[in-house]
Every structure is written in C-alpha cells, then in structure tokens.
Write a protein that binds this ligand. Structure first.
Ligand code: ANZ
Ligand code: ZN
Length: 818
C-alpha cells in the first residue's frame, strides 16, 4: 500500500465518519467539558463551493478541530444565507422559482462541505429562506417596531437602476451597487428603517471589548463608518425668516472667521429661503447635482460649484451679514444640511471662496502663510486672533469658551454628530422576508399579530419576479389583500421584503437550537453557548454584517433576551484566494475551480495548501503555491506513519524511546500548540513537516522504526495533521493501530523535561582571529547571532566603525571582516 491515493482515502473515510458523527455538540448540562463556539460566516448558495470557501473553511476548521482535540465541547454549526437577489435573477432567467435554484445549490454545497471534511455538527443546519426561520425575522421586526426601532419615513434613498431596488448606505461602494456595480442614483421613496443611530455611541464604546481580539482595521472601519464628531450646534438667523437655522461645526472656535453660509442645494431649506430672482438658477443647479454621488460631492479634488441664493445669514457672535449660497459639497443628510463657511481654516470652504471671490479671514494663527495667497487652508493648532473674547486662546480653549458663550446667549450648544445613518431595511424584491405589516385605510400601519406569523411568500415564479421598481409581491393580489387585524376592514399587506442582512444579524443565536418553536432562539441554550468564541470570515463584511449583528445583539440585550453585548469575541478575517496577482474573474479568465483542484490533488492537499500558503489574513496567490508539493508531503507523512505502525503496537512505553527524537517531538508539540493558539497556522504546518523529516531519519539512519520514540512521533504527527489533512491523518492513525477517529484522540502535551534547551558555544572571529566565545541556543537566528557578536566588548575592541562583511555559520561560528 505504498501509493498515496487521496481519492481512495476519501471514499473510505467519508461514509465511516458519517456513522461516527464525531462533531456533534453535546447539550447535556452534566457534561463537565468547557464549551466553545466556533463559527464560520455562513455561505450564500450561489453555486458550488469556490476557492474562497475552500480557504475560509480550511482555516476555520483548524481552530475547531484544535478545540475538539483539546477536549472542549465544541459547537461548530453550518447553515445557509439563502435569501437574496441572485436566486431571483436566476429564476427569472429560467422561468423557475427561486427556491428551486436555492435549495439545489444548498444540496450541492452541503455535499461538498462533507467531502471537504469540515467538522460541522450537521444536526443544526438552518436555511434563512425556510419559513421556520424567516418567521422569526418577522417576529423580531415587530419587537423592533414596538420599541420604535423600526419605522417608515420618506427620504432620499440609494436606488440601483439595474436591480431595481433600494440599497442601504453600507451597500453602496464608491457610488456603486455592491452587487452589480451599477451607478447608484438617489430617489425619493417611503421606506422602512432600523434605528441603528440610537445605538451609535454603544456601538463605538463597546469596541473596547474587541480591542486586540478583532483585526484593528475592522475596528477602524467601523469607527469611521459611525463617524462620531464633537463640536457645537450654532444658530444663525436668516434675514426674512422667523426660525433660525442650525449648523453643526466641529470648529466653533472659528466662528469669527465665517465669511459666508452654505446650504445643501437639495435640502427643503434651499427652496424655502431662495430669493425669487434666484429660484430658477437654484432649480437648474439642483438638476445638475442630482446626478452626483456623495463621494463625488465631498471630493476635495472636484471643482467647486454653487449658486448664490440672494439672502443673508447673521453671525450670532458679531452680527455680520453672511451671503447664503447653495453648493453640492454640503450634504442634505449630514448635520443639519447647512454650514457656516470658514475658508481660512477649511479647504473646501477655501476652494469655494477663491472660486467665487468671497473673503478669507484668518482667526487662528498657525504660523503658516496666508491661505488666501497659498490656496492652502490651515486647520491646525494655533492662537486665536481677530476673534474678540477668544483672542490669545489656544484652539481647544477657544472651542470650550465659544460653547460657553453660545450656551449663555441661547444661540448654540455643545453637540455630537454621526456619519452613521439609520439602516434602510426594505427591498423591492421577492426572495426575502415579507415585512409583517398591514396597511389599513382607517387604522394605518397595523402589525401582523404574532399568532399569524409567518407571513409566507406567495408562490411567484419566472416573469412575475422581473424587476419593475415596485415589489413583485404587489402583483400577488390574493396575497396582498387582507382583512385589517384591527378593524376587520379591507387592507393591504406591505409588499416589500427585508434586506437579507436582517437574516444574518442573529443566525448565530438560532444555531443553539435551530428547531426551537417558541421564539427566534432558545434563551437558555444561548446562555450556555454564546457569545461566539471565534468567528471566521471575509473582511468585506466589516461595516455590513458585523455592524448589523453587533446592533442586533445590543437590542436583544436591552430586551433581556441575551446576557452579553458583543456577539463575536474574536474575529479572524482570512485573505482572498487570487490567481496570478489578481482577483479571480470570468473576464480575466484566471478562475480556479475548487472542485477541479480537489479532483486533481485531493481534499487534504488542497486544504493543506490553503493553510500553509501564509498567515491566514494574507491573500493566497494560487499561481505561487503548489498543491502537488502538499500532496507529496502528505504521502511522505502517511509513509512514516505506516512504517511506524507496522513496527510496533499501541501502548508502548515512550519513555524508553530514543531521546534525540523525543526531544524533537516535544519541541514540535510545544511550538505547534503555541503557533495554533496564535493563529500562525502556516508555521505550525512547517513544524509538522519538520517532525515528518525527523521520523524519516530516525527510521532510516537512527534507532529504527520499532523504537518507541518513532511511534510517539508518528502518533503526534497523526493528531496534529488531523487539523489540516483529516483523511491522511485518519488513515495514518488506523495504520498505527488505533480506532477512528483521530479527530478526538486528544491533543498531545509537551513534557517540560524534554524541552530543556541545550546551548552551544559560538566562536567569534574578527578578521579570522578568535576574539570571543558566546553561549547561545542551538536554534539561534543569524540576525540574533550577529547582534550578539557585534555587541561583544571584546569584539568591539578590534572594530573601528561598521564591519565590511559578516560571515555567519549559525550557531557555531561567526567571522567579522573589519
Ligand atoms: C466650520 C468649520 C471650520 C468646519 C473649520 C471645519 C473646519 P466632520 O468632522 O465630518 O463631522 N459640515 C457640517 N455639516 C456638513 C454637511 N451637511 N455637509 C458637508 N459638510 C458639513 O465635519 C464637520 C464639519 O464639516 C463641520 O465643521 C462643517 O464645517 C462641515 F475650520 O464648520 B465645519
Ligand atoms: Zn383597520
């Protein structure tokens, strides 16, 4: 049995593992083992598994399988995020129902996951498109509604012209639809929102719990997305208007430097205050601005545009008259949609002032040249000038002082502002959760009573699903027309469906008891498993899914349903699998198919390649890795396990084994344990390779295959290898005379006595002459050895300046050429 045949190993072990059901989480409260919850972001069933899944799930499985080996009671579930547009688009194309495509793909992926040997507890499988699941989206929506956290309003929304539906701000990337890359336009529509802004401060503050446990860049992205700014609200009178207009500023210290006033052209205020003779100019300008995305509008690169509105605002601190303009760089939905412009200290205001000949007045002396001359605004620190009572103060002092003055005069106050907007959750598409609201002409919005949930989707297929700008559900008349639950009169169901990010905001709770019927999740069981200890998934969800599920968790905490405020204790973002330096894509023709790779090299070699390629957060360029080499290594590993198994039986006394090999084995155990815990999986694999080489050498030119140390090393190898190459490890374990499964053999422990590091003497020469001796560990790095040698006093006596050359033969010799 000398050939390594991965397909044969798969065919042999897959059915046997199914019988063993090795990875079921145990609910028994008497089970003394500590619990751990390992979660992979659940897949979208867009087809079969792809290379990205191959990587993410190989990495997640290392963590899960390590915990199983360590003896934890592990929850490692799988399910599908199975609502969404691609299913609907496919259904239109094939004149079918989205469910057909969806569930067929789920079956395919489930089969592939099993072949891929992921350590899931299959009994907890869930699909968000099942009525048994989405019923609870509706239930949660109604609880949010009761708490004032779900509400309807009209406003300007992001509209994807291709998908014919609205998008949340989080789904617009650089002005384009996250899914289809079409340019997003703004439309005025009545839509449902979740009031995530009410949780802005807590979403920020609770990030303290995640510091050092989530990737810093995700925390930074969330912080920026929430975008908390502190400053002041300041009230300006507009001539001829009763009510003052409020502006938000982060720089109340610069109030004396305001030289004009700007309102968003698309705000109702602009229409209201514009002078009659400027009305037409504003209308023309608005039409132009409507074509731009927010990103374009805010860009400092963009040529400034605007129109004078023919009215004046009054500066509350000095009574100055400031001309009021409309300009696109002021957004209608940020702050109050109007600003005081301080061109000396704000670049966009300066660009605008220079273009339209408006005055520039410096009020903070930063020591830099005059912005009016250089065209460069000076936002930095300095002393206040030209500012009455603020003169001589620092920026920070002046901000404080101005807030006091405004508060005293009743013309302003300290204020906080957020970039975060409420989460737009309604969509005008079919394949999602129907919003459980009924619109009654006499009662208004009426929630569907809990006992009438779920509101299931009407049976629509093919053409009926084509995007029309209104939800396809609107055409299902029998479904739409219902009796009002309150007055019994004729009423209509809400025809929008929920953003599928609602589904994924709480699925991790449902896994604790996926068939639970008395609520969205079993509160008791959630208490025993949650929060998730380790979450693994792509960074593309940094401000979408990960922000939404944090928000949901906080709401559920406030409802008393969970006892924690952060859902995911630790987060690992794996990199992408790319090919030839580029993301895989159809147009580039550089796609690599996971199934084909598995066909060619076997599951284990593909998994090992994914894990060995580099640190898990780095991208893997498939052109740079070698699954063939991985396969060769696995063949070598299986061979040493086979030979060790043939030469001795389980149960031998390892302490009688060859000490040199035992030392290698225990050093590898010690290192791999630390490396896996530090998520340095690729280095851990390198250590397994080292151990394999050491066993080979012991068999061939050392104490021989029958030595107890060889068995110890080979058993250790099988257990460690089970994290990355489950089939090979299982086969090796069997050939070593053990019963399956190696997955729960138990993680080996390093014997401290075998870890005692010897030291070696390193000879230090200068110009070929012996000058010093150093005592160093045998595995010292070249860099460390060089550092120690150059630091030696005896060496320094013979050196004047930097050496010309250093020749290092670690750990025994170093020769410094002066
Ligand atoms: C006067 C001022 C002087 C400002 C100065 C800045 C520097 P962040 O940090 O992003 O919150 N602003 C306020 N509302 C705006 C809107 N709707 N559209 C565009 N810009 C708006 O930025 C707050 C600053 O952005 C505010 O402070 C305001 O300009 C501007 F030397 O007020 B500032
Ligand atoms: Zn009614």
């Amino acid at each position: 049995d000398q050939v390594y045949d991965p397909q044969a190993l798969q065919a042999k072990w897959l059915p046997r593992w199914e019988e063993l059901n090795t990875f079921a989480a145990v609910e028994d409260p008497a089970d003394p083992r500590p619990r751990r919850y390992m979660l992979d972001m659940f897949p979208y069933p867009s087809g079969d598994l792809h290379m990205g899944h191959g990587e993410a799930f190989a990495i997640g499985d290392v963590v899960a399988r390590y915990w199983f080996q360590k003896g934890y009671n592990v929850l490692h579930p799988i399910g599908w995020d199975s609502f969404g547009l691609p299913a609907e688009n496919a259904a239109i194309k094939r004149n079918a129902h989205p469910a057909e495509w969806t569930y067929a793909n789920i079956d395919t992926q489930a089969r592939s996951f099993k072949q891929y040997a992921t350590s899931f507890d299959w009994s907890r499988r869930l699909h968000t498109s099942d009525p048994e699941y989405y019923r609870w989206n509706q239930w949660l929506f109604l609880r949010f509604y009761e708490r004032g956290l779900a509400y309807r309003k009209d406003g300007l929304v992001n509209w994807c012209p291709k998908d014919q539906t609205v998008l949340a701000n989080e789904q617009v990337i650089n002005g384009r639809c996250e899914r289809c890359q079409s340019e997003v336009v703004r439309r005025k529509l009545t839509q449902w929102y979740f009031k995530i802004t009410e949780y802005a401060d807590r979403l920020l503050d609770d990030m303290k719990q995640l510091e050092g446990k989530w990737p810093e860049r995700v925390l930074t992205m969330q912080r920026n997305w929430i975008g908390r700014s502190t400053g002041a609200d300041v009230q300006f009178k507009i001539e001829g208007r009763e009510e003052p207009v409020t502006v938000f500023t982060t720089r109340p210290d610069t109030l004396y430097g305001a030289t004009f006033f700007v309102v968003a052209p698309d705000s109702p205020l602009a229409d209201e205050i514009v002078a009659p003779d400027r009305r037409e100019a504003l209308a023309r300008y608005k039409a132009e601005v409507a074509k731009l995305s927010d990103i374009e509008r805010l860009s400092t690169e963009k040529e400034k545009t605007g129109v004078f509105l023919g009215v004046y605002a009054i500066n509350p601190v000095n009574g100055e008259r400031l001309p009021v303009w409309a300009a696109d760089y002021v957004l209608s939905d940020y702050g109050h949609g109007a600003i005081m412009a301080v061109p000396a200290h704000d670049q966009r205001d300066l660009d605008f002032a220079l273009k339209f000949g408006l005055p520039v007045r410096v009020v903070v002396d930063t020591g830099e040249p005059d912005p009016a001359e250089t065209g460069i605004a000076t936002p930095g620190e300095g002393k206040l000038i030209n500012s009455g009572p603020l003169n001589g103060l620092s920026k920070a002092e002046a901000i404080q002082k101005m807030i006091e003055i405004l508060t005293e005069n009743g013309t302003g106050k300290a204020a906080v502002n957020y970039r975060l907007r409420d989460w737009l959750v309604s969509r005008q598409r079919y394949w999602g959760t129907p919003i459980p609201i009924i619109h009654c002409p006499s009662c208004g919005e009426v929630p569907v009573p809990d006992d009438q949930l779920p509101v299931t989707l009407p049976d629509l297929r093919g053409e009926a699903l084509a995007p029309k700008g209104v939800s396809p559900l609107a055409s299902a008349e029998e479904w739409v027309n219902v009796d009002c639950p309150k007055c019994g009169g004729p009423a209509k169901r809400d025809t929008d469906t929920m953003d599928t990010f609602v589904d994924s905001s709480w699925y991790f709770l449902r896994y604790c008891d996926p068939d639970y019927e008395d609520g969205p999740f079993n509160v008791e069981k959630v208490r025993t498993w949650c929060p998730v200890d380790q979450y693994v998934g792509g960074v593309e969800h940094a401000v979408l899914h990960l922000l939404y599920s944090r928000f949901f968790t906080k709401v559920l905490y406030d409802m008393g349903l969970v006892d924690f405020t952060e859902p995911f204790q630790r987060l690992l973002n794996q990199g992408q699998v790319i090919n030839q330096g580029k993301a895989m894509s159809k147009s580039l023709g550089n796609g690599v198919d996971l199934g084909e790779q598995i066909e060619k090299y076997g599951v284990d070699a593909v998994r090992l390649t994914m894990v060995f390629a580099g640190p898990p957060e780095d991208d893997i360029d498939w052109a740079d890795v070698s699954p063939a080499a991985s396969q060769k290594f696995l063949a070598r590993a299986l061979r040493v396990m086979t030979e060790a198994g043939a030469a001795s039986a389980p149960g031998v006394d390892f302490s009688k084994g060859d000490v040199a090999l035992r030392k290698v084995t225990h050093r590898v155990i010690d290192e791999v344990t630390k490396l896996v815990e530090a998520y340095r999986f690729n280095v851990a694999v390198a250590r397994m390779m080292e151990l394999t080489t050491a066993i080979r050498r012991a068999i061939d030119s050392g104490p021989g295959a029958a030595d107890p140390a060889v068995r110890e090393a080979a058993e250790t190898l099988a257990i460690m290898l089970s994290l990355v190459a489950p089939y090979t490890a299982e086969e090796g374990w069997e050939r070593l005379g053990h019963k399956p499964s190696v997955a729960k053999a138990g993680w080996p422990e390093a014997d401290p006595q075998l870890l005692v590091q010897e030291s070696v003497t390193c000879v230090v020469q200068v110009g070929g002459k012996l000058r010093d001796r150093l005592t160093v560990p045998p595995d010292i790095s070249e860099a460390e050895l060089e550092r120690l040698a150059l630091a030696s006093e005896k060496v320094q006596r013979y050196l004047s300046g930097a050496p010309r050359k250093v020749i290092i033969r670690a750990p025994k010799l170093i020769n410094i050429v002066p």
